[in-house]
Design a protein around this ligand. Structure first.
Ligand code: ADP
Ligand code: ASP
Ligand code: MG
Length: 399
């Protein structure tokens, strides 16, 4: 008997019928001789709905109370899935993140897991039960309930797999990781194999199929993730340690349309001050210091995904007071990012990416490169077409 951690995302548990199907899958897995620990997300759009409700009551809600609210979404799923399993004659029990021993730091709404003490889970597995765990949440050393950032149920699954010495399977509405979001790029292909590094870049650049922090955790702990479809029969994608050769192949394209971009115009001194300011407000940036290629030059850019930014208006007014115009906050921009180890071993891909942007008359505000990726900052409306064209030329066009 092997312990296996399975995670089912929001779309896979959206409604009673889907929950029943998940319960049947879990039952079949148990009958095949495995010991499932099942991590669930909130049903469908529950988290977005709870957030919208909170913002009607308070535009910049206290993060502690926000976490108390948002964790309810996953509690609903865990209890219902446990009921569905018991209805099928399978002994099951549900646990919150706190009951599961997921200990985090105290950064409400973007907490990081610091330790896992899965003793209650292990006890219940020994009693022959399937354990259902509410994803996306933990408890701090101060015994406060915390959440792990949007998409954080993936992180719960990886952390539990590491603590239990188990395999980790992440189920969603797509059969694994594709070379681009299939909703944006219809000709995207499923990838059979991907390195942790490449997946982390894709996830950080907006590929929501796996959470970036979860992949980072998997890399640290040596956990191989199998990403696959909750209800289809495909083979999925294996995300594991890097292959030794950086062959320069472009594996995928990701875009991030929901960004707030802060630019410290031409004043190097503003940047450390700005970082202090953002740290104090728990604002995390995905990309630091784009080198400007637009007219004027010398701007330092910080791009923060808006999904974890609660209270944008308050941030904007604090920024105006503190920096009196030296730092500009802009919305309506987004990034398109191409990922592959060795992608910048020569200039050919960056050159082509810039040409494609020019052909589409998409002004490139900034460029960022690393050994694993190249990223262009453009106006949001260009992202879908630019993603399709870059996929066609840099991913599909490879011999
Ligand atoms: P879950 O609710 O199961 O966690 P998510 O909605 O977070 O699922 O992630 C699955 C979605 O990620 C897919 O529906 C797809 O539109 C999107 N996606 C973005 N980039 C990719 C990619 N490279 N490969 C597959 N899916 C992707
Ligand atoms: N329910 C949370 C979210 O929507 C966590 C997750 O789905 O992984 O972000
Ligand atoms: Mg997700």
């Amino acid at each position: 008997m092997a312990i296996v951690v399975q995670k089912y995302g929001g779309s896979s548990v959206a409604g009673a019928e889907k929950l029943r199907k998940v319960a049947e899958k879990v039952k079949a897995r148990r009958q095949a001789g495995d010991e499932p620990v099942v991590v669930v997300s909130a049903m469908g759009d529950t988290t977005d709905e709870l957030l919208a409700l909170a913002k009607k009551v308070s535009p910049d809600p206290p993060r502690r109370e926000l976490d108390m609210l948002l964790t309810c979404g996953e509690r609903i799923s865990m209890a219902l899935l446990s009921m569905a399993l018991q209805e099928l004659g399978v002994p099951a029990i549900s646990f919150t993140g706190s009951q599961s021993g997921i200990i985090t730091n105290d950064a409400h709404s973007q907490a990081r897991i610091v330790e896992v003490r899965p003793y209650r889970i292990q006890d219940e597995l020994e009693r022959g039960k399937v354990v259902i765990v509410a994803g996306y949440q933990g408890v701090s050393h101060k015994r406060e309930v915390t959440t792990l950032g949007r998409g954080g149920s993936d992180t719960t699954a990886v952390a539990l797999a590491a603590a239990l010495g188990a395999d980790c399977e992440i189920y969603s509405d797509v059969d694994g990781v594709f070379s681009a979001d299939p909703r944006v790029v219809p000709e995207a292909r499923k990838l059979d194999l991907l390195s942790h590094d490449e997946m982390q870049e894709l996830a950080s650049a907006g590929a929501k199929v796996l959470n970036a922090q979860a992949v980072e955790f998997a890399k640290q702990k040596g956990i191989v993730i199998l990403a696959r479809s909750a209800h289809g029969g495909g083979s999925g994608t294996v995300v594991g340690p890097s292959s030794p050769s950086a062959d320069g192949r472009v594996k995928g394209v990701a875009s991030e349309p929901e960004l707030v971009v802060l630019s410290a115009r031409g004043e190097a001194r503003s940047l450390p001050e700005l970082l202090d300011f953002l740290d104090a407000r728990g604002v995390r940036g995905r990309v630091l210091s784009f080198d400007s290629v637009s007219a004027g030059g010398g701007d330092a850019f910080i791009a923060a995904p808006t999904q974890d930014l609660h209270g944008l208006e308050a941030l904007a007014s604090d920024l105006a007071v503190r920096f009196s115009g030296r730092v500009e906050l802009r919305e309506g921009l987004g990034t398109v990012t191409c990922v592959g180890a060795g992608i910048n071993s020569d200039w050919s891909r960056l050159r082509r990416a810039l040409q494609v942007a020019e052909e589409l008359r998409a002004q490139v505000h900034a460029v960022h490169t690393s050994p694993l990726m190249l990223s262009l900052l453009v106006d949001r409306q260009h992202l879908p077409e630019l993603s399709r064209r870059l996929h066609r030329e840099l991913v599909a066009g490879q011999s």
